[in-house]
Design a protein around this ligand. Structure first.
Ligand code: C5P
Length: 201
């Protein structure tokens, strides 16, 4: 059987944490689709044409070091606005979604474009300030020298670019369950995500 859970939302809202928890709970595979765009963005920063990079992306690209760096995140959201980049990554994501045993995909357009027929759709969000605070804490823990204000400005810039683009903008699918994690601790957010999926089973 195949069962797809689509998880969308802006950066640092908690999609990754919830996706990993849902995949573990249901025994499903998990694809972080942001890594595909980050890998293309990283290759663009190395001087490659992003469309060519997207067309020959392979597993070793998503294992590149440094894909979590802020400059790679910005590059990812730039290449993600190019329709040819998005279409080059489409088949891989759809094939993953149909894998037997179930799949969780997280990104920006999973419930709207990649898997409009997903059995369960979640849209995970939180205020920009809280998301920037979480991302800043993560970066600081890794020893990065970046201010909260810079992280907040970059978070807003990426939100604006992801929401305003013409091809597959970030938005909740009409049938998505919205989970606002601004005031939720991790356990409560995970419990409400599991409950939302069980309602669709
Ligand atoms: O989720 P993550 O922060 O790793 O995504 C990096 C960038 O990749 C996002 O800002 C967005 O522009 C792009 N992206 C996308 N569609 C997806 C996943 C990520 O456009 N499904």
């Amino acid at each position: 059987m195949s069962f797809t859970i689509a998880i969308d939302g802006p950066a640092a809202a908690g999609k990754g944490t919830l996706s990993r928890a849902l995949a573990a709970h249901f025994g499903f595979g998990h694809l972080d689709t942001g890594l595909l765009y980050r890998a293309v963005g990283a290759r663009m920063l190395l001087g490659e044409d992003p469309i060519a990079a997207a067309l020959d992306l392979d597993a070793s690209d998503v294992q590149m070091e440094g894909l979590r760096r802020p400059e790679v995140a910005q590059a990812a959201s730039k290449v993600a606005a190019i329709p040819e980049v998005r279409s080059a990554l489409l088949d891989f994501q759809r094939a993953y979604a149909r894998r037997s045993g179930g799949a969780v995909l997280d990104g920006r357009d999973i419930g709207t474009v990649i898997c409009p027929d997903a059995e369960a759709k979640l849209f995970v969000t939180a205020t920009p300030e809280i998301r920037a605070r979480r991302r800043h804490d993560e970066l600081a823990a890794q020893g990065a020298d970046i201010s909260y204000e810079t992280v907040l400005a970059e978070t807003r810039e990426r939100d604006d670019r992801d929401t305003a683009r013409v091809d597959s903008p970030l938005r909740p699918a009409d049938d998505a369950v919205i989970i606002d994690t601004s005031e939720l601790d991790i356990d409560t957010a995970v419990a409400s995500a599991i409950a939302a999926v069980l309602e669709r089973q």
